[in-house]
Design a protein around this ligand. Structure first.
Ligand code: AMP
Length: 273
């Protein structure tokens, strides 16, 4: 495994690789969720590249860019079986004269885009740049960030990338809590309260089985469950998985998306019905 810090060097290397390149973009502080993407990449590809870059442009000014958890040494240990870690510096990615931004319209404005208005512009831009740098044949993304997955599928299609986007299932703790680097912010009590996200998602699944399909009814019940455990709901939405459109009744293979504040920590999760 080689650690590459320079954009030019990474680009030169990736253009000469002879075989399928699998790419996993991350912000580091890796956990089993990230590693499940790496595992999928190994199955499908000859070379695996993981980027570690806490992308400033996807954070809003009041968000946790500075405090975002980082542990590069530990990440390197966890990635010993890949080919390249791309660990660029901010100035190399966004030099002073940087001017180009990617906006995926409409679907970026909903859900997380409402409470984080410039977030997906930052995400789409960095992933677009990284795909050009690492020359990826396959891009591995977690369904944990379901809206991000749909936004990036749209971007690669619209901009004619050769890259195929592969969505990978959410990895959870035994308790049901979805793994996330931001779980580090949670105190012991908050961690218990955060289980309400998964419980609420399960409730929708059980309701569907029992024929309770009205979206609004489900949303209200989920909201009550979360609030009883001290969470503050940012949004709960029931959507068509393909186009992210809100639907009035739960149906087979639709998604329930939620974002909840557990004290100051904003967590997202989702489930397929
Ligand atoms: P991040 O480092 O949070 O930007 O995440 C990098 C990638 O890992 C994204 O594609 C995420 O969707 C994915 N990911 C994060 N957490 C999980 C999880 N619990 N299960 C599966 N994929 C995940």
């Amino acid at each position: 495994m080689q650690i590459i810090k320079s954009v030019t060097e990474m680009q030169n290397i990736s253009q000469k690789l002879n075989g399928k390149i699998g790419f996993v973009p991350t912000m580091g502080f890796l956990h089993e969720g990230h590693l499940s993407l790496v595992k999928e990449a190994h199955k499908k590809c000859d070379f695996v590249i993981v980027s570690i870059f806490v992308n400033p442009s996807q954070f809003l000014p009041n968000e946790d860019l500075d405090s975002y958890p980082r542990n590069f040494e530990q990440d390197v240990k966890l990635l010993s079986d890949i080919d390249f870690i791309f660990f660029p510096q901010n100035e190399d990615i966004y030099p002073n004269d940087y001017k180009t931004w990617i906006t995926v319209e409409k679907i970026s404005a909903e859900f997380c885009g409402k409470s984080r208005p410039t977030h997906f512009k930052g995400v789409a831009t960095i992933v677009c740049k990284l795909l050009n740098i690492v020359n990826a044949d396959f891009l591995f993304l977690g369904e944990k960030d379901f809206q991000q997955l749909v936004v990036l599928k749209q971007m690669t299609k619209d901009l004619n990338f050769k890259t195929e986007v592969i969505g990978c299932p959410i990895v959870r703790e035994k308790s049901g809590l979805a793994l996330s680097s931001r779980n580090k912010y949670l105190s012991e009590i908050e961690r218990k309260n955060a289980l309400s996200l998964f419980e609420a998602l399960q409730l929708a699944k059980i309701n569907f089985k029992n024929g309770i399909v009205d979206s609004q009814k489900n949303i209200s019940q989920m909201q009550r469950l979360i609030e009883e455990k001290g969470g503050v709901v940012d949004y709960i939405e029931i959507i068509d998985s393909q186009n992210l459109e809100k639907i009035s009744k739960l149906k087979e293979r639709c998604r329930v998306l939620i974002a909840v504040f557990i004290d100051k920590t904003r967590l997202i999760d989702n489930i397929e019905i």
